[in-house]
Design a protein around this ligand. Structure first.
Ligand SMILES: [Zn+2]
Length: 102
């Protein structure tokens, strides 16, 4: 699944999620770029006891994923993962990125 990132039209800085003002140059003009939805595990934590709305998913991992463009974004996966594993974006659920082992 593709993953959209935002590129400042003025200086080229990329960001996820969308920003109103570029943190690098204060420009407010952005374009969207689509990535192939691949990332690498930077860090993760296993959730065994969750809030009620995610109870049906447990156990699952909350994962920090490094994108090839340098952004680090959070997400969720049910797969057993290790640091540096390659992940593929498979869904966006209520604004949350859902990953699977690539
Ligand atoms: Zn900028």
């Amino acid at each position: 699944m593709k993953l959209s990132i935002y590129v400042c039209e003025s200086c080229g800085k990329t960001s996820v999620p969308e920003r109103l003002i570029c943190p690098a140059c204060k420009s407010t003009a952005f374009t969207t770029k689509e990535l192939d939805g691949e990332g690498k595990v930077y860090s993760f934590t296993k959730i065994n006891v969750s809030s009620v709305e995610f109870k049906h998913l447990t156990p699952y991992y909350v994962v920090l994923v490094d994108l090839p463009t340098g952004e680090r974004i959070t997400g969720r996966t049910s797969d057993d993962i290790q640091i540096d594993d390659t992940l593929q974006l498979v869904d966006v659920d209520n604004g949350a990125y859902i990953w699977a082992k690539g």
